[in-house]
Design a protein around this ligand. Structure first.
Ligand code: NDP
Ligand code: 8X3
Length: 248
């Protein structure tokens, strides 16, 4: 059987790094993409087998198109994992630059990479796009405003891709996690505030990047006639908020 090649965006930390490790340890060839080359190089040095690192800012459309056109092999599985939340202020106080960056990475960057790789998958009638969505796509919480909206975009895009790809063997899956610790997610969101980050996970047994890597690998390893559309997952210690009721 041919070697499976997996491109993981945001492979330099957290969930993306765990996904890259999982596929590499299961015999796949992995293309690691992110902005921080030093982190990618360190990971490359640890993984068994031959892999490739690509320094890439997914917001740069021309760079994405160039990087994809220069890949020395076809991509079987694209994991659109690069993403971020910035800030948790209410909408009326949020920083517009933060909003733009979340849209640029979580929405536009994901589109650039997907659009660049899809034609090859369709031509080969083989491929899988796995997106990292979030429970924030479906459940609102205070301060989740644009982050949740970008993940709602990812959810709906995933379903619409399924509609467009009907008749091909290209699969699309949206993995939608709740709280995942041991990543840089909250540190990035709170701009390096370690104390605030620590409090997010205090007293909770959260999901770990390896849990999500298991699910991504599972979705990709199912027989080719099986497509997981959406997969929502939370730690047992997380659930939904009650409706807020303002009393006078
Ligand atoms: P991390 O901050 O640990 O990882 C984010 C990754 O995205 C990094 O590798 C970073 O690499 C990359 N990235 C950010 N901006 C860009 C960019 N412009 N171009 C290329 N790569 C970029 O967070 P997580 O591992 O937790 O998050 C991974 C994904 O999972 C995100 O999409 C997130 O929204 C989602 N998610 C996370 C949850 C959580 O609780 N942690 C829950 C649900 C979903 P670099 O800085 O080197 O470019
Ligand atoms: C990350 C999970 O709940 O912080 O997508 O938005 S949450």
């Amino acid at each position: 059987m041919a070697l499976t090649t997996v491109l993981v965006t945001g492979a330099s930390s957290g969930i993306g790094e765990a996904i890259a490790r999982r596929f590499a340890h299961n015999g796949a060839r992995v293309v690691l993409a992110a902005r921080r080359r030093d982190k990618l190089n360190a990971l490359l040095g640890e993984l068994p087998g031959d892999h490739l690192a690509v320094t890439l800012d997914v917001r740069d459309r021309a760079a994405v198109e160039r990087a994809v056109s220069e890949l020395p092999f076809d991509i079987d599985v694209l994991v659109n994992n690069a993403g971020l939340a910035l800030g948790m202020e209410p909408a009326h106080a949020a920083n517009l630059d933060d909003w733009e960056q979340m849209v640029d990475v979580n929405v536009k960057g994901l589109l650039y990479v997907t659009r660049a790789l899809l034609p090859g998958m369709v031509a080969r009638d083989r491929g899988h796009v796995i997106n990292l969505g979030s429970v924030a796509a479906s459940y609102p919480y205070p301060g989740g405003n644009v982050y949740g909206a970008t993940k709602a975009f990812v959810k709906q895009l995933s379903l619409n891709l399924r509609a467009d790809l009907f008749g091909t063997r290209v699969r699309v899956t949206d993995i939608e996690p709740g709280m995942v610790a041991e990543t840089e997610f909250s540190l990035v969101r709170f701009r390096g505030d370690e104390e605030r980050t620590r409090k997010v996970y205090e007293g909770v047994e959260p999901l770990r990047p390896e849990d999500i890597a298991d699910l991504v690998h599972y979705a990709a390893s199912l027989p080719p006639h099986v497509n997981i559309n959406r997969l929502e997952v939370m730690p047992v210690m997380q659930a939904f908020s009650p409706f807020a009721v303002k009393r006078s």
